[in-house]
Design a protein around this ligand. Structure first.
Ligand code: AP5
Length: 229
């Protein structure tokens, strides 16, 4: 793939940030440009909900209320996904870990495969802007490309820039009320992981209030460093 870095060490990069910080947007770009596989626990859970699996049925109400799904369910889903061979190219974890227990379980899972977290990147944003970002979001129903009513519209109205699809969808948990609940869960359970990775010397911070392309550039440089380490 053009523009993809190829080195010996497949990195494991954790992307931290509140709802709307741009984790999904940026993880997709890192996948396209740097060959990492995006592992989004939110996407995996939404797929389980859509398929009506037992895990999906248990997760659905929690997600609609903006809470955190149980560590047990999330870890089982992530473990299955990490076992798929494509993840050996290196992964960018989008929305995981979200609790101290998940961070510890991730270390243990990676250790079983002789791997470890190489870098954790905190996307720094202002809470006040996040409700607008999340409630204006929509994605292509065909390929999943993300858009926003104000910040990132398709170049041709109603047509996806990537796959030319003409159907778009919005998430059930993107109401202003639910976004506030998700922000509270983030500050209570997930933000402390910033200190956890910082204490291990693995944390980098990126100002994610700027333009999407500028954030991508900053993240790309950090991923290249993680590969070279
Ligand atoms: P999840 O799907 O992970 O959602 P989230 O963390 O709330 O994050 P979002 O997807 O809302 O935001 P994002 O940071 O990806 O931003 P995006 O790139 O889309 O989780 C959903 C639910 O699943 C959770 O609430 C929980 O219930 C459950 N869950 C998931 N993982 C779990 C776990 N590990 N443990 C327990 N429960 C779990 O960007 C948002 C919008 O802003 C887009 O429209 C985008 O175009 C725009 N945008 C992005 N960057 C910029 C920028 N720089 N400038 C302007 N606009 C921008």
């Amino acid at each position: 793939m053009a523009g993809t870095d190829v080195t010996d060490t497949p990195p494991v990069v954790v992307l931290l940030g509140p709802p709307g910080a741009g984790k999904g947007t940026q993880a997709r770009r890192l996948e396209e440009r740097h060959g990492l596989v995006q592992l989004s626990t939110g996407d995996l859970l939404r797929a389980a909900v859509a398929q009506g699996t037992p895990a999906g049925l248990a997760a659905r109400t929690v997600m609609e209320a903006g809470g955190l799904v149980s560590d047990e369910i999330v870890l089982a889903i992530l473990k299955d996904r990490l076992a798929e061979p494509d993840t050996r190219a290196g992964v960018i974890l989008d929305g995981f870990p979200r609790t101290a227990a998940q961070a510890e379980a991730l270390d243990a899972l990676l250790a079983e495969a002789g791997q470890a977290v190489d870098a954790a990147i905190a996307l720094e944003v202002e809470d006040a802007a996040m409700v607008a970002r999340v409630s204006g979001r929509f994605t292509c129903a065909g390929c999943g490309e993300g858009y926003h009513d104000a910040f990132k519209r398709p170049a041709a109205e109603g047509v996806c820039d990537v796959c030319s699809g003409d159907r778009f969808k919005r998430r059930a948990d993107d109401t202003a009320e639910t976004v506030r609940a998700r922000l509270s869960a983030y500050h209570a359970e997930t933000a402390p992981l910033i200190a956890f990775y910082d204490a291990r010397g693995q944390l980098a911070r990126v100002d994610a209030m700027g333009a999407i392309d500028d954030v991508t550039e900053a993240l790309g440089a950090l991923v290249a460093q993680a590969r070279a380490a």
